[in-house]
Design a protein around this ligand. Sequence first.
Ligand code: HEC
Length: 147
Amino acid sequence: MKLSKTLVICTLVLIADGVLAGDKELVDYRQNVMHVIGGHMGAIVAIVKGEVPYNDDLAYHADALAAAAPLAVPIFKQQAMTDKSHALPAIWEDWDAFESAAKTLEETSTAFAAAVAGGDRGAIGGALGKLGDSCKSCHDDFTEEEH
Ligand code: HEC
């Protein structure tokens, strides 16, 4: 009897530990993915503004951002929160709206990559504006002020 009680307690402690550790890893992972997206966006803006002489890299960053965009849904599927996270509970309370914001990112990043492939400066600028709006709109609704 005593042994089984100890086992139950040990198991509960292990499960609790697992959940906490899982949250940390999940938040780290989704922030890493967002940093990948943010890194490409930062590089794209610097190139398009003419701040750096890396025009030849624009297509790479545009394609890589479009390839990363579909990750925005799965990285948030499992609810996880830590002190380090800037995510709002609204993500999971209104999942359909979040998913739709992520879909918009997929569409705008794909359209931006297509504009870059087309090579027209006006089209590239316009598509970049829409891409930036899709980041801002989701951050406005689903992240804390800092972003
Ligand atoms: C579908 C919603 C959504 C879209 C679209 C989105 N983000 Fe995010 N982003 C988030 C959320 C939520 C967080 C906060 C994650 C956390 O801290 O747990 C975040 C965090 C970030 C972070 C900070 C990561 C950290 O360590 O705190 C960066 C950088 C970022 N996003 C860049 C971008 C850029 C650039 C775009 C557009 C190209 C974009 N995001 C589009 C939801 C989104």
